[in-house]
Design a binder for this molecule. Structure first.
Ligand code: ZN
Ligand code: ZN
Length: 164
């Protein structure tokens, strides 16, 4: 069983709707779980939702800059930590960047594959219970407990392959 992200399955989707859905999902979960979804955290998530291309903390700061005012890096990093902790966003280690989660309810903490397109830069996620079981078996054999079962795979997305 697996669940795939919007960007991978529908590269030409209506991104405005996709971003709105991600934002209302985060609001709903925050309300349900009594999380403090502050203005700052919300605006950092909105900045990430501008694109499916992972953004560095400094990209986020640039996107939030207004009238010569830039948010303090430490507050942006804290907001990113919060978003990652609650799976509203994910950290892409190989790019030292962050991407908003586009799977909503289906992002359940099982092992995740991140498919990173070398051409358009988009990152799509797909979880797999098979992968989860495999990682569990391999790490368990050596008594290792995985905290971030994430596999990052580089390549070309379907849209870029068709365009090539
Ligand atoms: Zn989208
Ligand atoms: Zn996710």
């Amino acid at each position: 069983m697996s669940a795939v992200s919007t960007v991978l399955e529908h590269p030409h989707h209506d991104h405005r709707r996709c971003a709105d859905a991600a934002l209302s999902h985060a609001e709903e979960i925050a309300r349900r779980d009594g999380l403090r979804f502050t203005e700052q955290r919300r605006s950092v998530l909105e900045a990430l939702l501008a694109s499916h291309v992972p953004a560095s903390a400094y990209d986020v700061i640039d996107r939030l800059a207004k009238d010569g005012h830039r948010p303090a890096p430490v507050s942006v990093y804290r907001a990113l930590d919060f978003l990652v902790e609650h799976r509203f966003a994910h950290r892409i280690e190989s790019r030292n960047a962050y991407v908003a989660c586009d799977r909503g309810e289906e992002c359940d903490g099982a092992a995740t594959l991140f498919l990173l397109c070398d051409k358009c830069g988009a990152a799509g996620e797909a979880s797999s219970t098979d992968l989860h079981a495999l990682i569990g078996a391999v790490t368990g054999r050596v008594g290792f407990s995985p905290s971030t079962p994430v596999v990052e795979i580089r390549g070309l997305c379907a849209a870029c392959r068709t365009a090539a």
